[in-house]
Structures are given as C-alpha cells and as structure tokens.
Design a binder for this molecule. Structure first.
Ligand code: PGA
Length: 250
C-alpha cells in the first residue's frame, strides 16, 4: 500500500509570519487522515515550519536546492542547510524553474542526487507543454525528461524518491488533466520506472499529480490506481481547501 501525499507547493506566496500563523491553524484543525501532509515553502519560512510542525504529523520541505554542496555561490541554498532544518522533502525540476531559470534535466538530476545523499526525498517534477500534448508526444516527452532527470540515481539511492507528473498546461490555469488522462500517464511512468529500477521499486514509488488540483476535482484524481496524491499550488494556500484535499486522499 502506497501512502498518499498531499504536498502543497506554496511557490513565492506567504511571508514567514503569515506562514507561521497558518501552520498553527493547520495543527489545530488538521483531521486524522490516511494521507501524509507536506508543505513545500519558501526558504525563509523553513525555520518556522520546523518549529511549529515538528511532531504534529505534517512534514515540510523546500522548492529547490543548489546542485553545489558548499562554496561561493551567492544566493544559493545547500542541501546541508535544508537537512539542518529537517526537511523531509524538496521539490526539484518544477516546470517554473525549468522554464524561468533554464534548468536542464542534467541539472535537475544533480539536485536530486544531492538530496538523496542527505536523505531528503526529492519530489521530482516532469510534464509536457500544451504544444507537446497537442502533437500527441506527451508520453515520449515526459519519459525522456524523467530519464534525464534521474541520471546517476541508483536503485539503492532512489529509495524514497517521489515523482510528480505536472502537465505544464494545467499548472495555475484551472485546466486539469482528466482523471483518465492523468492515470494513463502515471501508469506509463510507473511502467518505465520498473524498467529503469525494478518492479518492487515501481510498485512502491509515489507518483503525484499536479496542475490545478482543487477540492472539487481531487477525489476523482486521487482515486485513480496510479495517482498517489497531489502536488498542489493555489489550493494549498487556503487552509480549508488544503484540509479538504487531505480528506480527499483516502
Ligand atoms: P497549481 O500548481 O495547483 O496552482 O496548478 C501546481 C504546481 O505548480 O505545483
């Protein structure tokens, strides 16, 4: 049985003080759910996450990490810093970083490797653009991106890796993949991972769906056999919506 994850991706929203209050509210209201709650927040918010969420069955992480371990890299944040703040997860290869910061599959793979070295679980994002989907090349494109982003990752190191399938055309647009389309891609990803690693790994790896997940479409998505929860932007910023998403992930 794969435990579902409802991972919030807060992007560049909420100040650390706003986040701290939100965390307190969540801890007060969080229902007992089967799904795991995790929030990917801005770097300055992480100390508050560890302060308030620790021991409360809610996990946290960052939205990116440097590929470098340490050194003169102004503005970068290292995996050691994230480990020091007890991050359980960290997002790598989000499409916003791939497009606005020109992150290649090779760079994403370096970042994922760094996280695994420090026992932080990468939430590795892949997904096609509208153009690719309309041309019917979405499966080949997404699997190629996944292959490149997993370069150097061994079956041993991959252990707890999480994959997030996020079609770019569904992110922040209000357009969601249908549960059937999302399921079809998740199945392709799982099958491909069985070949890249092994069947045991493929059966255990969590594959999250992301792209305009909301309380009113979450149940149908999360009920698909190969969808193990969501990576959720907009709807994870509102406490009631986030709680509804946790309840939807049975
Ligand atoms: P969205 O974002 O839920 O607002 O579409 C998802 C994401 O970018 O991870």
């Amino acid at each position: 049985m794969r435990k579902k994850i409802v991972a919030g991706n807060w992007k560049m929203f909420k100040t650390p003080s706003e986040a701290k209050m939100w965390f307190r509210d969540l801890v007060g209201k969080k229902p007992d759910t089967q799904a795991e709650a995790a929030l990917m927040v801005s770097y300055p918010t992480l100390p508050y996450a560890s302060e308030v969420l620790e021991g409360n069955d809610v996990y946290w992480g960052a939205q990116d990490v440097s590929a470098h371990l340490e050194g003169a890299y102004t503005g970068e944040v290292s995996v050691k810093m994230l480990a020091d703040l007890a991050c359980k997860y960290t997002v790598v290869g989000h499409s916003e970083r791939r497009s606005y910061h020109a992150e290649s599959d090779a760079l994403v793979a370096q970042k994922a490797n760094r996280l695994l070295e420090y026992s932080i679980i990468p939430i590795l994002c892949v997904g096609e653009s509208l153009e690719v989907r309309e041309a019917g090349n979405h499966v080949a494109y997404t699997l190629k991106q996944l292959k490149g982003s997993l370069e150097g990752i061994t079956p041993q190191s991959a252990d707890h890796l999480v994959v997030a399938y996020e079609p770019v055309w569904a992110i922040g647009t209000g357009k969601t993949a249908t549960p059937e389309d999302a399921q079809a891609m998740h199945k392709e990803i799982r099958t491909w991972l069985a070949g890249r690693f092994d069947l045991g790994f493929a059966n255990e790896v969590r594959i999250l769906y992301g792209g305009s997940v909301k309380p009113d479409n979450a149940t149908a998505l999360f009920d698909q056999p190969d969808i193990d929860g969501g990576l959720v932007g907009g709807a994870s910023l509102k406490l009631d919506d986030y709680i509804a998403l946790l309840n939807a992930a049975k």
